[in-house]
Design a protein around this ligand. Structure first.
Ligand code: GLN
Ligand code: ZN
Length: 764
C-alpha cells in the first residue's frame, strides 16, 4: 500500500485501557505469576480483552482502530521488546513471556536471580513505565511478533487497524544509560533504522496508517527538540514504501516541534487540545497540507466533554488544517472503562462524567458534527449543555461557607507560624525528646488479618463495631510493639486506612469514591482514584479518634497522621472548572481543621505526608514556579493552624529532589523525613544548600526490600548524616511506611535501628 491509498479517518482514540473492565487481566497475570494459571489460559484472557476492545471501538463508530495498545505489563517495556533492547541480564530467561516479566519484576528463573528494570512515572500521570536500559552493547533489532499477532487477531472487524508504537525520540529520552554508555538519545539515528524497517514491514502487510507516539515533544526535556523531530520524521517520511504516518503528541502544548513536524512528509500530527491548545495551527502554513488529529476529548480526566465548545475548537481548524480528525487528547488508558457499573452516582454527578466508553461516543459525535454540521448532533449538544449548566449551579460546587472561611484565613495570613527556631525550643520543652529521636513513617504491616476484616465488613460478615474493635486491637498491638522496641515517637500504624488518599476522600464532602473506577498504575497494580467534583468540606473529624485512642495507651508522643493537599489532588480525578490552586486550598483547609482537632485532643506531633509533591510538577519549565508557589502555600495553609509547640512533620518519598528542593525548604515543616537511597550526605548537603535548617530524617534503611538492615550499616549511615547536619536536627527513621512489609521483618529491622541510634548517641 502507498500513502496515497491510506484510508481517511475521522474519529479515533489514541489508545485504550487494557486491564479489563473488571480487572480481568490483573487477576489472570497474578495467577500466572503464582503458577495457578498456565500460559495458554493467560493468553486466552488477553485475547478476549483485546477482542472486546476492538469490537467496542468498531461498534461505537471509530473509523480507525488503534492496535498494539494491549500490554501484559507496560507499553514501554513492550517497545523495548519490539526494538530488541532488553538488557543482557534477562536474556538467559528462556521463555519469552517469563523473560518479559523478569524484566518487569525480577525474580528467580532457572535458578538465576534477575534484577528488574527500574520503574518510573509516565510524564505527569499516575501511570508508571519500565525504564529501558541502553548500554554500550545494546543493539537494536526489530522484533515485531507481538504487534503483528495483534494485527492478525483483530481482522474480524471491518475497520482499518492502526498500529501504535512509542516514537524513537520519546523512547530514547525516557531511557537510561547504563554501563558507561553515552546519553541514549545519541543512538537516535541507529534506532530510526529499526523504525524504518518496521514501517516497510507494515506497508507490505497493507497497513494504511501507523501511529507513532511522541509525547516527549511537549516537554523541555530534550535539547533541540524541533531539529530532532524534523530529522527523524523527514527520514521516516522519505521512505518510499510505508504506511501513512500519524505522529501523536499529548500531555501538553507543542512549541518548536509543531512547525518542525509540519515541514516533514508525515501525513498527520496529533495535538492535545485539552492540556494544550490548537491555536498554533493557524500559524503553521504547512499544516494546510496535513491532517491534524485534534485531541478535544480529555483522555486522562473523567469530565464530560462540553460538545459545544469542542465543536467550536474543531471549527477553528477547518482551513488552517488540511483535514481534521477528532480524537481523545491521549490514550484513555488513564481513565476507567465505563460509567455503567457506577450505580451509586446521583443523576447530576453522572451527567457530568465520561469514562472510557463514553469518551469514544463523544469523539464519534463530534466527528459527525464536524462533517455534517451542528444540527446533526443537536440533541447531543443539548444534553451536554444541560449537564454543563447543572454543574454550574449545583450547590455542591459552591459552598459559600468554605469559600468565605478560606478568604478570611487568607486575609489574616494563613500560612505563617512562629519562626522555626522558637518553635523548636517550644517543642523541645513540651516533648523532651532525646537527641537522634527514633520514629517510623506511619503505617505498620497491613496484615492478612487486617485485609480480611475489611473484606468481612464490606461483605456484611462483621458490623462496623466489630471492625473497629479489630482495628483498635491492631493499634494496641502496634503501640505495645513500639514501646517494647524503645522507639521515641510512636504512630498508630494506620490499620484502618485502605489507601492514604481514598481514606480521606471517603470522609470529605466534594469527593465521590467510585465502585469500579479502576485505572492501571503499573503492571498488575490498579488504583481507584476518587473523583473530586465539588467544594471540599470536612463534616467531622477524620482521624482524631484513632490518634487519641493510640495516645491513651502510652506516655510517649503519638504522631497524628494526615495526607497533604497536593498528594490528595495528585491521586484523584480533580474538577476542571477552577484552578488547581483553588482546589488545593480547599483541601488544605480541611486538613488544617483536622490538625487543630488533633491538637485539641492532646496530640503533640502531626505528620502531613506529601509524597506526591514532585509528581504534579508541570512538564514545561515556565509553569513550574507557579505550581511550586501554590503547592507550598497549600501545605502551609494545612499546617499553620497549630500552636508553635505542636510539632509538624512531613514525609516525602524520594531523594532526587531536583527542581522541588527549594520548595521542600519552603514547606517549613519542623521535621521532614525523606528517602535517602543515594548517600545520606548527598541528600543532606542538597538540603543545606538551599538553606534548609529544620529537623530532618533521611531514611536509614530501605523499606522497599525484604532485607533486614544490620545495626552496623545504620550506624554508618547515621555517622555520615552527622557530618552534614548537627545532632539536634537529625532524626532516625526508615525511608517510608512499613505497610508492605512482613511483621517479623519490621520487628528485626526496627530493633536494629533503635540499637544503631543508641550506639551513635553514646558516641556523642
Ligand atoms: N504515612 C504513610 C505510610 O507510612 C506514608 C506513605 C507514603 O509515603 N506514600 O504509609
Ligand atoms: Zn514514603
Amino acid at each position: 500500500m502507498t500513502t496515497q491509498s491510506a484510508p481517511l479517518f475521522t474519529a479515533t482514540i489514541l489508545g485504550s485501557p487494557r486491564v479489563g473492565p473488571n480487572r480481568e487481566l490483573k487477576r489472570a497475570v497474578e495467577k500466572y505469576w503464582s503458577k495457578k494459571m498456565d500460559r495458554a489460559e493467560l493468553e486466552a484472557v488477553a485475547a478476549t480483552l483485546r477482542g472486546d476492545t476492538v469490537r467496542h471501538l468498531a461498534d461505537a463508530g471509530a473509523d480507525s482502530i488503534p492496535v498494539n495498545t494491549f500490554s501484559y505489563y507496560d507499553h514501554m517495556l513492550d517497545q523495548s521488546v519490539l526494538l530488541g533492547a532488553l538488557p543482557p541480564r534477562v536474556a538467559g530467561v528462556r521463555d519469552d513471556l517469563d523473560r518479559y516479566f523478569a524484566a518487569a519484576r525480577g525474580g528467580t528463573y532457572d535458578g538465576v536471580d534477575v534484577a528488574p528494570l527500574e520503574m518510573t512515572k509516565w510524564f505527569d500521570t499516575n501511570y508508571h513505565y519500565i525504564v529501558p536500559e541502553i548500554g554500550p552493547n545494546t543493539a537494536f533489532t526489530l522484533n515485531p511478533a507481538k504487534l503483528l499477532a495483534e494485527l492478525d487477531e483483530a481482522t474480524a472487524v471491518d475497520v482499518p487497524l492502526r498500529p501504535v508504537v512509542v516514537g524513537p525520540i520519546t523512547y530514547l529520552a525516557l531511557s537510561k544509560a547504563v554501563d558507561g554508555a553515552g546519553a541514549p538519545i545519541e543512538r537516535l539515528d541507529e534506532l530510526v533504522d529499526v523504525y524504518a524497517e518496521l514501517l516497510e514491514l507494515l506497508a507490505e502487510r497493507g497497513i494504511g496508517w501507523v501511529q507513532i507516539d511522541e509525547p516527549i515533544l511537549v516537554t523541555d526535556d530534550v535539547d533541540d527538540v524541533g531539529a530532532l523531530a524534523e530529522t527523524t520524521y523527514a527520514r521516516l517520511g522519505a521512505l518510499s514504501h510505508r504506511p501513512a504516518i500519524f505522529v501523536a503528541t499529548y500531555f501538553g502544548q507543542l512549541t518548536d516541534a509543531l512547525p518542525a513536524l509540519a515541514r516533514t512528509p508525515v501525513e498527520a500530527i496529533g495535538i492535545d487540545a485539552v492540556d494544550g491548545s490548537v491555536d498554533a495551527v493557524a500559524a503553521v502554513p504547512e499544516l494546510a497540507e496535513k491532517t491534524v488529529v485534534a485531541g478535544v476529548v480529555d483522555g486522562r480526566n473523567i469530565w464530560r466533554t462540553d460538545l459545544e465548545s469542542a465543536l467550536a475548537t474543531l471549527a477553528t481548524l477547518v482551513g488552517p488544517a488540511g483535514r481534521v480528525v477528532v480524537s481523545t487528547s491521549c490514550s484513555t488508558l488513564h481513565v476507567p472503562y465505563s460509567l455503567e457499573p457506577e450505580t451509586d452516582l446521583d443523576e447530576a454527578l453522572r451527567s457530568w462524567l465520561a469514562f472510557g466508553a463514553e469518551k469514544v461516543a463523544e469523539v464519534v459525535t463530534l466527528a459527525k458534527g464536524l462533517a455534517q454540521g451542528r444540527a446533526a448532533i443537536a440533541s447531543e449538544i443539548e444534553n451536554s449543555n444541560a449537564a454543563a449548566a447543572s454543574r454550574k449551579v449545583d450547590p455542591r460546587l459552591n459552598n459559600t461557607d468554605i469559600r468565605s472561611r478560606l478568604d478570611d484565613i487568607r486575609v489574616a495570613g494563613a500560612s505563617g507560624r512562629g519562626i522555626a527556631a522558637d518553635r523548636r525550643t517550644a517543642q523541645q520543652e513540651r516533648l523532651n525528646l532525646p537527641t537522634l529521636p527514633t520514629t517510623t513513617i506511619g503505617s505498620y504491616p497491613q496484615t492478612t488479618e487486617i485485609r480480611l476484616a475489611r473484606a468481612d465488613l464490606r461483605a456484611g460478615r462483621i458490623d462496623e463495631a466489630q471492625y473497629e474493635q479489630k482495628m483498635k486491637d491492631e493499634v494496641a498491638a502496634v503501640i505495645a510493639l513500639q514501646e517494647e522496641l524503645g522507639i521515641d515517637v510512636l504512630v498508630h500504624g494506620e490499620p484502618e486506612r485502605n489507601d492514604m488518599v481514598q481514606y480521606f476522600a471517603e470522609q470529605l464532602e466534594g469527593f465521590f469514591a467510585t465502585q469500579n473506577g479502576w485505572v492501571q498504575s503499573y503492571g498488575s497494580r490498579c488504583v481507584r482514584p476518587p473523583i473530586l467534583y465539588g467544594d471540599v468540606a470536612r463534616p467531622r473529624p477524620m482521624t482524631v479518634e484513632w490518634a487519641a485512642y493510640a495516645q491513651s495507651l502510652t506516655a510517649k508522643p503519638v504522631k497524628g497522621m494526615l495526607t497533604g493537599p497536593v498528594t490528595i489532588l495528585a491521586w484523584s480525578f480533580v474538577r476542571d472548572d477552577q484552578p488547581l490552586a483553588d482546589t488545593a486550598a480547599q483541601v488544605a483547609l480541611a486538613i488544617r481543621d483536622e490538625t487543630v482537632d488533633l491538637e485539641k485532643a492532646g496530640i503533640a506531633i502531626i505528620q502531613v505526608d506529601e509524597p506526591a509533591l514532585r509528581e504534579l510538577l508541570p512538564l514545561r519549565s515556565k509553569e513550574k514556579k507557579d505550581y511550586l508557589a501554590w503547592s507550598v502555600e497549600a501545605f502551609r495553609l494545612a499546617t499553620a493552624g497549630v500552636r508553635d509547640d505542636t510539632q509538624v512533620h512531613t514525609h516525602l518519598c524520594y531523594s532526587e529532589f531536583g527542581e522541588v528542593i527549594g520548595a521542600i525548604a519552603d514547606l517549613d515543616a519542623d521535621v521532614t523525613s525523606i528517602e535517602a537511597a543515594r548517600s545520606h550526605m548527598e541528600v543532606l548537603t542538597d538540603l543545606n544548600a538551599v538553606g534548609f535548617s529544620n529537623g530532618v530524617g533521611p531514611g536509614v534503611y530501605d523499606i522497599h526490600s525484604p532485607r533486614v538492615p544490620t545495626t552496623q550499616e545504620m550506624i554508618v549511615a547515621l555517622r555520615e548524616a552527622l557530618e552534614a547536619v548537627p545532632a539536634e536536627r537529625l532524626w532516625v527513621n526508615p525511608d517510608c511506611g512499613l505497610k508492605t512489609r512482613r511483621t517479623d521483618e519490621v520487628i528485626e529491622s526496627l530493633r536494629n535501628m533503635v540499637e544503631a541510634a543508641t550506639a551513635v548517641r553514646a558516641e556523642r
